[in-house]
Design a protein around this ligand. Structure first.
Ligand code: SAH
Length: 388
């Protein structure tokens, strides 16, 4: 008999969860090597799934398919090409996520397209072992100018993997890649930028926020390369101020503002906590404030302090918002539920003595789908509020 993993009876609510933890496993024969794909049997010994294995990770098995089918080179090609096909045609010169890990049935793999370049991010050993098959699949389905790897994510440590970056296909890009996002032109540094170069998950939220920017003075906090700022300026904002703590991010933001015809737009290198405090103490006001901080909570343990952080920046922002002003408040903290995030916003508004209306509750764009079986992989919240 071929070696297979056997599970204990799973809790009904975890029946189809793609992550199988150590405690859920009754037996994992040593013939099943870390990084390999194995059959998974349920507690009765019937076929349940095929999953890749890594005993070093708390998530020992990650399900690839619930069907009894071979997971071979052809299978990987099919999964990758199906994910790409689901996106439909890419806007010429546009940027889009082509593979979103669990959301596309490919745990551990993210692929982003920046015009003709692809950026691959591998966060698990199971995917690391099939890197060549993935590259082949991308070459065939997308025909890119080049493929760059940005496997420099902390999750890799939990899998016993080193960080890895570099060219997988083609020549290294000579300069930053210019992409279009709606009316905006944005430069993307796929080699050194944050994430895979751009926060693609905020693509539609940037457009949504800009719909309120006309004739307003806009403050964009945690601006990174100025995506929200460019969209706001193009939509007719009276003035835009971008603030970020990273000098490199500020350089990119300045470049992007210039590229779109706003060379004089203000970009400030500062800690937003300090900037928001000083600006509100000085009595400054804005017609629109955008808050898109990094994840303050990575796990449950830091959730409470994270909520204090969110409350503080939102409270400061609310104090500076003109009557009728728009607050665009985001959180990408996975452990913070949309409901609890609204609770934080409510509490900040109560302290600021402001009556706010929720005009939009937004989340991930469709190229960042979330598996219904793995709801905890959802993280992005973007609430648009108007001051009454
Ligand atoms: N809104 C951006 C993405 C923001 S990511 C976009 O649409 O592209 C979060 C940004 O916050 C990063 O650029 C990071 O450099 C910055 N950052 C992190 N901590 C900060 C702090 N305390 N003050 C200001 N910026 C900070």
């Amino acid at each position: 008999m071929i070696a297979a993993a056997r599970l204990r009876a799973r809790k009904p609510e975890r029946a189809r969860h793609p992550w199988i933890f150590e405690g859920e496993i009754a037996e994992l024969p040593h013939e099943v090597k870390d990084g390999e794909v194995t059959a998974v049997l349920d507690h009765r010994g019937s076929f349940l799934a095929r999953a890749y294995c890594n005993r070093r990770s708390k998530i020992v098995l990650r399900v690839l398919t619930w069907q009894d089918e071979p997971v071979d080179g052809a299978w990987w090609k099919r999964r990758v090409s199906e994910a790409i096909a689901r996106r439909g045609p890419l806007q010429a010169g546009g940027a889009l996520r082509l593979v979103n890990a669990e959301g596309d049935g490919l745990p551990g793999l993210v692929v982003d397209a920046y015009a003709r370049w692809l950026v691959v991010q591998i966060s698990t050993l199971g995917i690391e072992c099939v890197r060549d098959a993935i590259v082949e699949a991308l070459k065939e389905s997308y025909v890119p100018d080049g493929i760059y790897e940005r496997s420099d994510v902390p999750e890799r440590e939990l899998e016993g993997l080193q960080q890895r970056t570099g060219v997988l296909l083609g020549d290294p890009p000579k300069e930053k890649i210019e992409i279009v996002e709606g009316a905006a032109r944005l430069l993307v540094d796929i080699e050194r930028g944050q994430k895979t170069g751009l926060f693609l998950d905020q693509r539609l939220n940037r457009a949504a926020a800009a719909a309120y920017s006309r004739d307003r003075s806009v403050l964009n906090c945690f601006a990174y390369s100025g995506g929200f700022s460019v969209h706001a300026a193009l939509a007719g904002a009276r003035a835009v101020t971008s603030v970020d703590i990273s000098a490199e991010a500020c350089r990119l933001a300045r470049e992007n503002m210039s590229l779109n015809g706003f060379p004089d737009s203000e970009v400030i290198e500062a800690n937003c906590f300090t900037y928001l405090r000083d600006a509100s103490d000085a009595g400054k006001t804005y017609g629109q404030i955008i808050l898109d901080p990094p994840a303050f909570a990575r796990g449950k343990a830091t959730l409470e302090s994270a909520m204090r952080g969110y409350k503080e920046i939102n409270l400061r922002a609310l104090k500076m918002l003109e009557p009728g002003g728009i607050l665009v408040s985001c959180s990408c903290s996975r452990p913070l539920s949309p409901r609890d995030f609204l609770g934080v916003l409510w509490s900040a508004a109560a302290d600021a003595g402001r009556s706010m209306q929720i005009v939009e509750e937004r989340g991930h764009p469709p190229d960042h789908p979330v598996s219904l079986d793995a709801p905890e992989t959802s993280y992005l919240k973007c609430v648009i509020l108007r001051a009454l």
